[in-house]
Design a protein around this ligand. Sequence first.
Ligand code: FRU
Length: 700
Amino acid sequence: SYYTEEYRPQFHFTPEQNWMNDPNGLVYYNGQYHLFYQYNPNGTTWGFMSWGHAVSTDLVHWKHLPIALECESDSNGNVLQMFFSGSAVVDVNNTSGFAVPVGKSRYGKVIYSTPMVAIYTSNYPTAHTQSNGVVIRAGQQSQSIAFSNDNGLTWTQYEGNPVIESPPAQYADQYQQFRDPFVFWYAPSSKWIMVASLAMEHILLIYSSDDLKNWTLQSQFGPENARFGQWECPSLFPLYVDGNKNTVKWVILMGINPGGVITGSGTQYILGSFNGTTFVPDPSDVYDPSQIPAGSTVFQDFESISSSFEELGWSATGDFSGLGPQNASTVQVWDIMGYLGTGVMTTYLFGDIAKGTITSPTFTITKQYISFLIAGGYYPYNPATAGTPDDNQVSFSLVIGGQVVHSQTGTDTEDLVWRNWNVAGWMGQEAYFIVTDVNTGPFAHLHVDEIIFSDSPKDEGNWFDFGPDYYAAATYNGLDINHRTVIGWMNNWAYAQNIPTSPWRSAMAVPRTLALKTIHNKVRLVQQPVSSLSSLYTSKLYSKQIQSLRAGETAINVPAPYNARMKLTVQFTRGSGTQFGVILRANTTDTQETVIGYDFLGQNVFVDRFKSGDNSFVDWQPNPYPGHFIATLPTKSTDCITLNIFLDWSSVEVFDGQGQAVITSQIFPLDDSAQVKLFSVGGTTNLVTVSVNGIKSSWT
Ligand code: FRU
């Protein structure tokens, strides 16, 4: 039988077999939604990147089609070209000249095809000279195009590729980090616009073109807001504010990896305006790095301390002997990773770092947020080692009750960036920090300059999804402004290649419709699953109103198989309790459960996957996979709060009623962990309504 393996999603897109990452080339044309995607035809981990292809008429049922663009190798097996992420457009005016005659009208007029054009990154692992004479350097990333005259089924690469060979001169050294073109038609100037990323620089380049072949650089944007790791898969699109046709704002949506809201991959957005050449962010939407929340207490300010961390009561285990500062000077700065004496803040530490751990003194959590100023991490993506970006990562983590509750992987950046951890759920508990080298390799380093405790977060930008598993989001071309639809990859580079699924690896999140809504005087990007998903809902399987839900757990009965695959909606109002929520995929011994709820004290929606099943596939410490994920949702004590929860066997997607607090998370529970419970902590929760629809499989 089809699509019935352990963990196989039933209403999410997965390839039949093999590895998948980013959605690519999302375009709606002739009644079909095309979904291309990063695909390895040869295995279940990243490699031989090609564009897989599927189509749908409703964004719910998908039909697999042949590979659209397949990785190319020479006769010695050297990979010459991988097809990295990008976009697709329908060239209705044949600006590209790729149309071909397909027949004649009855008056003898030649009828032409409408070309579909894909714009993607050619990633060239091997130095070579192309048949068109273009000399390619090893590891080069350039922007290329291909066209299809049969509705996306078969593709021809343009003979003049690449169409943008290198980044602009001042970024010439970034030729291996220039990728992920998103192209759209900008009607006011009748031009194609491309936004592409200089991943390590945290800069987006905006180009324009008349014909998709010749591109002119118009402007650049960034670095701004969250700027850890690499900026990848940017997109730029307009939306109405509050549905009002007279107020348009433009949205930049991008992936950031590592350095997402949780460890590893994340997605952020920035609102602003776009005039056909330049994106200008709204001043209220960019964060001021110098602002420190009022009432903060400094835990440790390493920048102004000239003693070693041992004198500060931190301890180290492991072997740090390979380290030493390049260009060591006499400036004394505490450097958290590995260098035990003097060093220079901005200096890389070279050498092979053996696995080691540095541990802080313990402290008691008395404020809602821990914020820290951090920089450094791993040396960039190395094409020589097939570019696994997790080679040399250093993690800064918070441990409470023996478990890592937050972890931030350091990345290679000169920018010092503030990050926040919400620790409202652990008030009064003992905690400590650890710094660990995750994967042994050269160049690993991390600087933590300052750690503060405060009751409000240090602003760090806008996260699109507050869970660990939403990345490389892309939106559809070819739909009107009220139907801007996004698909994200439901995985995280921190552990993506290890998740325990077979013979496929990775799913796409449910397609979501985007809108801008004014909430508490600020315009926010909000999202809801596409309405067509409801075509898979069963009739109501459970529905109940509870005037006052008592403290503790209350089981509810949802019949199999829908206890593992459902839409569950809860609405509730604060009673005497402090938390309310739902426990899904629980077993009878409580050793497995996924806890989803709202914390009235911390004012946040949360998903907790500490006990969600298998996490043994991550074999390094600290394990970045388990966790308690939080999305802030301010409410008043009389508010009726809504959570819509979509469970599909091995994932949960949680949306508050407005779609501003969204958490996407994979889970890998055992088959028979299928109990459903409500819970209320510390007292009652009032006016609770629960309703459950099963969700039918879209694959059978
Ligand atoms: C994001 C990404 C892109 C790149 C693709 C390669 O996940 O790293 O930047 O184009 O994956 O598969």
